[in-house]
Design a protein. Sequence first.
Length: 284
Amino acid sequence: MTKEKTVTEWGNPATGLTLKITGVLHEEQTPYQHIQIVDTLQYGRMMILDGVFQTSVKDEWMYHEMIAHVPLMLHPNPQRVLIIGGGDGGCAREVCRHACVTSIDLCDIDQRVYDLSKEYFPSIASALLNPPEKLHVHTGDGIAFAKQFEDYYDVIIIDCSDPVGPGEGLFTRDFYRNAFRALKKDGILVQQSESPIVQQPLVHAVYEAMGDVFPLVRMYYSHVPIYPVCMHSFMMASKKYDPLKDEARTDCPQPMKYYNRDIQKSAFILPEFVKECLKGNYSF
């Protein structure tokens, strides 16, 4: 009997998600990370970076809609947006749908992520394949890129992988200070911040670090099936707008598969165990 091929991402040493695969389409080690493109039975084609599931053709919208539209809809007039990471193009695709956004800088450290996304994930990387004039694609260190700007961006989105390897420096107070400086006086920063179930210390650490720099920090969450326990968090740091009090814009692009105006606020209504996690009290 032939053993079935699988891939596993470990959320922590005790918990992982294993998926059956039908084949490995591409695999390489770049100067920054190990990249795999695989076909899975459950979620279709998927990108894996350093053993961490990044995106799949079947569920990518659950992540990309929530990381992009929640901050953009909270800001009353977002014109300039910076995306750090996000080399698969999914976040950029969603940001491009907002007519009020006039300039988007996308900066990923690894050119091969851009290249392979365009080759293997055309539906996700559609904005990279046919970039509008307002999308400017850069290859390089996002931390250094953000340092160049002061009082410039309305929204900064950190669409990075786990805080290891090339993404490690994006989870520090020094980076948040640079981002604060790059944002306008009413700017908003959003960062994916892992799972409040299997990575509770990290979620708490990001919340604390952002809170040392920004006057307002709120966590919201989405469900992303290819991440080990599905429940995934995003941390929003704002200079002015509070997603629990301020109304979102009404001109949201359509159609959507996950995001809607009710979710804009409800995503910030946290279960009690997540509130405790932000305080440093862990249930898991």
